[in-house]
Design a protein around this ligand. Structure first.
Ligand code: SF4
Ligand code: SF4
Length: 160
């Protein structure tokens, strides 16, 4: 386990760490108002998969109800599973429960071998919105939100 993995593991082990991580992610979602525009863009992942290896599909909070419903779609063993709660972005009086599954390679358990998502229709909002550039942490390293390659980035092993 390298230093980065140790830091992730230690953060997720404390209730405060999980709560902070989840609320930061919910904050990112709350700041997102470009969903409609983003859905209409030419943003595509498959053409970059040979380079990016779906690096954005790491330890992602999955709503507990989705995790329970989609057990059959798990692609790699979950070694540890942390639970956390965060306030609902639509109703702050509601606490939503998430699971943070950790796997041996720190990829999301629902990522398939071909780097597609095994729960695509039910994937979390943060997955749907990743790449919409509503926050620096929501930027894809490979392409802009309109699908244009980032300057100097590699597409299908070639310089763009
Ligand atoms: S959002 Fe970016 S990093 Fe994630 S799979 Fe798509 S191209 Fe790759
Ligand atoms: S739920 Fe799907 S899109 Fe989201 S991180 Fe997991 S594999 Fe990637």
């Amino acid at each position: 386990m390298n230093e980065k993995e140790k830091r992730i593991r230690n953060t997720l082990k404390t209730r405060e760490g999980r709560s902070n991580a989840l609320n930061a992610l919910k904050g990112l979602l709350g700041n997102t108002n470009a969903k409609k525009e983003f859905k209409m863009s030419k943003f595509e992942c498959s053409k970059y998969h040979s380079s990016c290896k779906a690096m954005c599909c790491g330890i992602v909070p999955i709503p507990r109800v989705v995790g329970q419903k989609k057990q059959h779609a798990i692609q790699r063993p979950v070694r540890e599973e942390f639970k956390g709660q965060a306030t609902s972005k639509t109703d702050p009086s509601i606490m939503e429960t998430f699971i943070l599954p950790r796997t041996d390679d720190n990829y999301c358990p629902f990522l398939k071998k071909d780097l597609s998502c095994a729960i695509y229709e039910d994937r979390p909002d943060i997955c749907k919105k990743f790449g919409d550039e509503s926050h620096p942490l929501m930027c894809c390293p490979m392409q802009h939100k309109d699908g244009e390659p980032r300057k100097g980035e590699i597409e299908d092993g070639q310089k763009s």
